[in-house]
Design a protein around this ligand. Structure first.
Ligand code: SAM
Length: 213
């Protein structure tokens, strides 16, 4: 499938829309501008790819709303070469945004079907996360810890301790916390034992579920 001038035009409009909603980090806006979101979606939703909305993907999951992706990514404040852990690979769209920003990306997905599909798809369109993992994101990925930042892209009922323990000092965990509605929460590890917490607005994600499937 192609990325046409029409798609690029629609992306320009989308970038303007999320800029008007408050996203100001140029690197994040450029990443959204450059990534063909329509390629991450099932064909029945192609016409909607550049609306600022979440849409269904396989396995009863969703590709997040572009504004939400941009909001979480802006909070991460990524520098080139940062080692980032993502929980909830899903379609791979957020993974691609992290790759576009020059992060070294590890991403975990608990649904086998999505894990397989996205593992094949991302390199096909030129995005190369360091490792995609089929596993339970509640446990993080100890083998490569500690991370410069961790992003969770599903609604967590609580903050998993194992994710906190895999942060470097001064690193951040960005996680939507809550049941039906979540508060975007940023936890900064200020020392080995001490963590600071800041809460942002409300979002709605599919739930972070236990174990693999
Ligand atoms: N980042 C994704 C994207 O850009 O398409 C958003 C995906 S969706 C909102 C959340 C994803 O988290 C789903 O693919 C879901 O299967 C996954 N997920 C839920 N619980 C998980 C867990 N415990 N470990 C890893 N992935 C999980």
């Amino acid at each position: 499938m192609k990325d046409t001038l029409r798609h690029k035009g629609l992306r320009n409009k989308l970038v303007l829309e999320i800029k008007n909603k408050g996203i100001s980090d140029l690197k994040v806006l450029n990443a959204i501008q450059s990534i063909p979101r329509h390629l991450f979606m099932d064909s029945s939703f192609l016409d909607h790819a550049y609306q600022d909305k979440a849409f269904p993907i396989s396995a009863g999951q969703t590709i997040s709303q572009p504004y939400t992706v941009a909001f979480q990514t802006e909070l991460l404040k990524i520098s080139k070469g940062d080692k980032v852990l993502e929980v909830g690979t899903g379609s791979g769209y957020q993974t691609a945004v992290l790759c576009a920003l020059g992060a070294i990306v590890y991403s975990i997905e608990r649904q086998k079907e999505l894990f397989k599909k996205t593992s094949l798809f991302l390199p096909k369109i030129g995005y190369y996360p360091k490792k995609l993992i089929f596993g339970d994101g509640y446990k993080g990925f100890e083998n490569e810890a500690p991370y410069d930042s961790i992003i969770v892209t599903a609604g967590a009922p609580f903050i998993p301790k194992m994710l906190l323990s895999q942060l470097k000092i001064n690193a951040k965990l960005i996680i939507p916390v809550g049941d039906k509605i979540q508060k975007m929460t940023v936890i900064t590890r200020v020392s080995k034992e001490k963590f600071d917490k800041v809460e942002y607005g409300e979002f709605q994600f599919v739930p972070l579920l236990k174990e693999k499937n």
